[in-house]
Design a protein around this ligand. Structure first.
Ligand code: A3P
Length: 292
């Protein structure tokens, strides 16, 4: 392709662009054969959409707000990332309830998930407006060795993002696939980053309701406080501190946590080109975003 940047060991897995540590053709049969269980809880999202934030919320809700327990184990161990080879093996032998993170698109994920199956697990799918996702992803590409420690300007990354040449592939394909699935399937809950940011307690209550956990206002309020941006940024169990492939001196994982940071990156021309693509891609969907 026309871009010179490469991620480490890039390859396709079920149509999703992945890096060196992630599942490949050799794993495909095991992946297709792995059936999810009713007790499994999945957090799915396009990268940089608020996955980590939602995982911590979901884990705490399902563990009755046990913040002390959450502070004992890194989130990536409590909530393994299924398309990473090592995590995939771990998940296969984990006791229930298993918490599973994924960024795969709906067609790929569907190998394990059958929307007609009555004992299917619950999925929380998180979406974030694509302009803030592009900015967050750009900064992540710079600090992440597996993504090739990107050194180019934002304009170059934005072209890659708009063409879907980034790890986990095209934003619109991922988001619209999951969104359409969530409309038809009551086991998939759609959560918007922007709603989580503007009304966190309300969203946390909604997620608790979806997971059929009746926790009481004190517990939900304590969870809400624990997952504020400032608290998560300072929490080594969720902020990826010491994660070998990430250089937080270049850009911290818990970077800014705001709505509308795209305005500090997009030129007027880039915004116009992006919105043209956005209108085309979104013309047949009822999904909408707050961009500020
Ligand atoms: P920014 O780079 O815009 O700051 P993911 O977990 O899907 O990779 O998403 C990472 C993005 O979510 C980063 O966005 C990160 O700062 C943001 N984030 C993580 N925890 C958050 C929180 N508690 N509140 C707001 N944003 C949060």
């Amino acid at each position: 392709n026309k871009f010179s940047h490469r991620i480490r060991g890039e390859h396709l897995f079920k149509g999703n662009l992945l890096h060196v540590d992630m599942l490949d053709n050799e794993d495909e049969q095991d992946f297709n054969n792995m059936k999810l269980k009713k007790e499994d809880i999945i957090v799915s999202a396009y990268p940089k959409s608020g996955t980590t934030w939602t995982e911590e919320i979901v884990w705490l809700i399902n563990n009755n707000g046990d913040i002390e327990a959450a502070k004992k184990t890194p989130l990536y161990m409590r909530f393994p990332f299924i398309e990473v080879k090592q995590a995939f093996s771990a998940i296969r032998t984990m006791p229930s309830p298993r918490f599973i993170k994924t960024h795969l698109d709906y067609p790929a994920f569907s190998a394990m998930y059958d929307s007609n199956q009555t004992d299917r697990p619950k999925v929380i799918y998180v979406v974030r407006n694509p302009k803030d996702v592009a900015v967050s992803f750009y900064n992540f590409y710079k600090m992440n060795k597996n993504l090739g420690s990107f050194t180019g300007p934002f304009s170059e990354f934005l072209s890659m993002f708009m063409e879907g040449y980034v790890v986990l592939g095209d934003y619109f394909k991922n988001v619209l696939g999951w969104y359409e699935a969530s409309i038809k399937d009551d086991h998939i809950l759609l959560v918007k980053y922007e709603d989580l940011k503007t009304s966190p307690l309300e969203q946390i209550k909604q997620i608790a309701g979806f997971l059929e956990k009746d926790l009481g206002d004190d517990v939900l309020t304590a969870i809400c406080d624990h997952v504020s941006f400032a608290n998560m940024k300072a929490n080594p169990m969720v902020n990826y501190e010491g994660f070998p492939i990430m250089d937080h001196n270049i850009s911290p994982f818990m970077r800014k946590g705001e709505i509308g940071d795209w305005k500090n990156y997009f030129t007027t021309e880039e915004d116009a080109a992006f919105m043209k693509l956005y209108q085309e891609k979104m013309k047949d969907t009822s999904l909408t975003f707050a961009f500020e």
